[in-house]
Design a protein around this ligand. Structure first.
Ligand code: PEP
Ligand code: MN
Length: 285
């Protein structure tokens, strides 16, 4: 692609080789392999605090959880909305974890903004260009998910929309694309990770949960994404996946998440990145 001219703000240059975004002590795009974890959706106080306590104990510094969910069916659980946001903030304060949650729509920006530390733009909104422009005017880090049918070019152009607005703190997230085979929910485009890392200065996070829809594949795919150069991972974890109101089949059991952290520890430093000290010093339990 004619990269240099078409992507003036996202392209990697000698002057701007790598954006590093610091969130709660984690240098995303820097020397830390950022691990973001939590449930797909906030479901109850008990659920969120149980998961929060577990993750904090594992040294996790950024927690995810959807309060407004973009569900395919209008009859599926839509999220706890503002009550969910309040629970996220409560867990964040109790356990010293930053929060990432999705802003589903521009009309919700003012509501979501005070409760979150990173604004998540979902795959379904990646081509909502007016929305991208407006979020570009905010001053909190933004995670831009790749649309499930978006080319790399379209994804990076979407990031250009945000950067144009002035917000330079954009994190890209590869979450799988739709292909002919639905054995896995989506297909993780592993090649996109090193390619985007070569082309752009923006950090790239992999989301193997949405990419697979299958908790037993999340671990191997996480390791592959790290080997390919990802700056971090965003992983769905649940205290009771069978009862989860959203994305249960792809949510890791606590033991699976602990096991994955141990494997990431053993990987050591990969592509100049290593899991943060807060995780390294925890024990496998
Ligand atoms: C999610 O992170 O739970 C989610 C809905 O992601 P995506 O926008 O990638 O489908
Ligand atoms: Mn999900």
């Amino acid at each position: 692609m004619a990269f240099n001219n078409a992507f003036p703000l996202t392209k990697k240059t000698p002057e701007n080789p790598q954006t590093i975004i610091e969130v709660n002590g984690i240098k995303i795009g820097g020397e830390d392999l950022a691990i973001i974890a939590g449930p797909c959706a906030v479901e109850s106080e008990e659920q969120l605090y149980t998961i929060g306590a577990f993750l904090a104990n594992k040294g996790i510094k950024i927690m995810r959880g959807g309060a407004y969910k973009p569900r395919t069916s209008p009859y599926s659980f839509q999220g706890m909305m503002e009550d969910g946001l309040k629970l996220l903030r409560g867990v964040s304060q109790k356990y010293d974890m930053a929060i990432i949650t999705e802003v589903l729509d521009l009309s919700l920006l003012d509501t979501v903004y005070p409760y979150t530390d990173i604004l998540q733009i979902g795959a379904r909104n990646m081509k909502n260009y007016h929305f991208l422009k407006e979020l570009g005017k905010t001053d909190k880090p933004i995670m831009l998910k790749r649309g499930m049918d978006a080319t790399l070019e379209e994804w990076l152009l979407a990031a250009e929309y945000i950067l144009m607005g002035g917000n330079q703190q954009v994190i890209l997230c590869e979450r799988g694309i739709r292909t002919f085979d639905h054995t896995t929910r989506n297909t993780m485009d592993i090649a996109a990770i090193p390619l985007v890392k070569q082309l752009s200065h923006l950090p790239v996070i992999a989301d193997p949960s949405q990419a697979t829809g299958n908790r037993d594949i999340v671990g191997p795919l996480s390791l592959a994404a790290v080997a390919a150069g990802a700056d971090g991972l965003m992983i769905e974890v649940h205290n009771n996946p069978e009862k989860a109101l959203s994305d249960g089949p792809q949510s890791l059991y606590f033991e699976q998440f602990s096991d994955l952290l141990e494997k990431l520890k053993l990987l050591g430093r990969v592509n100049g990145k290593q899991i943060p000290e807060t995780i390294l010093k925890t024990q496998f339990i």
